[in-house]
Design a protein around this ligand. Structure first.
Ligand code: NAD
Length: 264
């Protein structure tokens, strides 16, 4: 098939269901002609991911729990055997104890802090290294972040601290792999109703606030994120690396609630 991504192969990590941000990204890439592989977290998700992957004509659906180094190795061994090389990777994975995505950040436990950093931050570095080893002709890596990394957002707590570290790792990885023609970027997405987001306290209120106060006066969709991901993962983004690109209807530029925005 023709298209911006014709002849390119990539791995999508973090598809849970058809509400996942990973699904919006996968659809945009597939429509542009990319060939996709998917990884899923555990057996319970396999039955959700299999039919979605099939919809996009993907035959490679492999398990991977990013908390386990051996599981990451097995994923990339499998991918190497099937494909030999890789052009892009999407990391759409994050996790924290939802009991600590409400109340005060100050109450975060050491165990949950370390687990959140491991699953939501270190995993990107771990997969980036293995993906880069499969990209002799260059490539593009993408992760997902949120404005809670830059400013205090209600209930985001330890996840905000983790996303700040994730954005910093994007910059360091961009330098490490830049010499090899491999670009590393993040999309900072506005709030979207997904499985992971439903764990965050008062998420409906956060969505409404963003809708009423962002310059575009709407929330972003999976498709909005998918199309921006296509730009960063394709040659259209060839000059862009180390960047945190906001796809948030402009919310991050606003300093104060607009006069015409209703109270909620
Ligand atoms: P989602 O629940 O659809 O996706 C989260 C994914 O993380 C799931 O597929 C889950 O299986 C995976 N995951 C969790 N722990 C894992 C582990 N140990 N090993 C492998 N996979 C694991 O939710 P989503 O909102 O699409 O989340 C995707 C990314 O987007 C996350 O990084 C999230 O923080 C980020 N993000 C989401 C929003 C939003 O409002 N939904 C906004 C900005 C950024």
């Amino acid at each position: 098939a023709g298209g911006l991504m014709a002849g390119k192969r990539g791995l999508i990590m973090g598809l849970a269901n058809d509400k996942s941000i990973a699904w919006g990204i996968a659809q945009a890439l597939s429509n542009a002609g990319a060939e996709l592989a998917f990884s899923y977290q555990g057996e319970a998700l396999k039955k959700r991911v299999d039919p979605l992957a099939a919809q996009l004509g993907s035959k490679l659906v492999l398990p991977c729990d990013v908390g386990d180094g051996a599981s990451i190795d097995a994923l990339f061994d499998g991918l190497n055997t099937e494909w030999g090389g890789l052009d892009f990777l999407v990391h759409a994975i994050g996790f924290s104890d939802k009991e600590q995505l409400r109340g005060r950040y100050a109450e975060t436990t050491r165990d949950n802090f370390l687990m959140t950093m491991d699953i939501s931050v270190y995993s990107f570095t771990a997969v980036a290294r293995r993906a880069a080893a499969m990209m002799p002709d260059g490539g593009s890596l993408l992760t997902l972040t949120y404005y809670g990394a830059e400013r205090v957002m209600p209930h985001y707590n330890v996840m905000g601290v983790a996303k700040a570290a994730l954005e910093a790792s994007v910059r360091y990885l961009a330098e490490d792999f830049g010499k090899d023609g491999i670009r590393v970027n993040a999309i900072s997405a506005g709030p979207i109703k997904t499985l992971a987001a439903s764990g965050i306290g008062d998420f409906r209120y956060i969505m409404k606030w963003n809708e009423l106060n962002s310059p575009l006066r709407r929330n972003v969709t999976q498709q909005d994120v998918g199309n921006s991901a296509l730009y960063l993962l394709s040659d259209l983004g060839a000059g862009v690396t180390g960047e945190t690109h906001h796809v948030d209807a402009g919310y991050h530029v606003v300093g104060m609630k607009a006069v015409d925005a209703p109270d909620i």
